[in-house]
Design a binder for this molecule. Sequence first.
Ligand code: MN
Ligand code: MN
Length: 298
Amino acid sequence: MARGGLNKRSLIHLIIYMYHHIKKLMYTVRVGKPDPAFGNMLLEQFGGANGELAAAMQYSIQGLNCDDPERKDLLLDIGTEELSHLEVVGTLARMHLKPIKNNRDAAFADPLIAIAGGGGVALMNSMGDAWTADYLKITGELDVDLRSNIAAEARAKIVYERLIAYTDDQGTIDTLQFLMSREITHLKAFTAALESMGKPKFSIGTIPPTAELVNQYFNDSTGVGDRGEPDARGPWNEGGDWEFVHAPAFQEFESAQAGSRATNSGLQLAETAGSSGAPKSNGKTAKTDLNSRPRLNH
Ligand code: MN
Ligand code: MN
């Protein structure tokens, strides 16, 4: 058994709360030909809004705040892996930015890194904006945080995909493919963790939404645009328990207290006047024509 009164379990807990750096990259980075402009783009994943430091800090601090021991472990596992990603992407960026140090032409790719940073990476995005804790989404509500994390992983994935499209260097592509794949791993884990909490899909927090209001879809953007942009219907506003409210600004309250609107309280709307903005002449009198800017007594 353990020394100093520590049993095996508390030793494991000590390990969870301790950082230890091992001088070994999570993925071996190889670069054929440095490309300083691409190195600048890579900074987006180093010190950018959807980058690795943001991910590492978001999950680690969420984990620190988490009272659910199992999901806390998940958050700390992935938060720590993101720090390893930061090291990998930072190493990759540094290899691409290296020529900036001594080459004036290369320095144009990122004058800030060249002049202020001496060719080394800094916690900035590709435009030189300093990393900020404002990037982090930490609410202290586990299921809400997990949703933020799922979205963050999706953003990180798409940024890696775009970076891959902008390089021909095979070693660079291999590294980015590794990092991109891990973001999908995280997306899967966060999604499973959220689902395993067993909360109904649209249940957030404790106060239920107002019953009359919650299923009303407000069609607040109406008409057909110049390029034929439709007034669309789909599963996001029809079927199920959806109640479609056409142009709620022109409708009476159904319940002033609930804030719900009458679905179509006697108003006939001329929606098909088209791009000319002229009222449709169809023999009927349209009481309200959204394209002809009706005067309302409000
Ligand atoms: Mn990552
Ligand atoms: Mn990730």
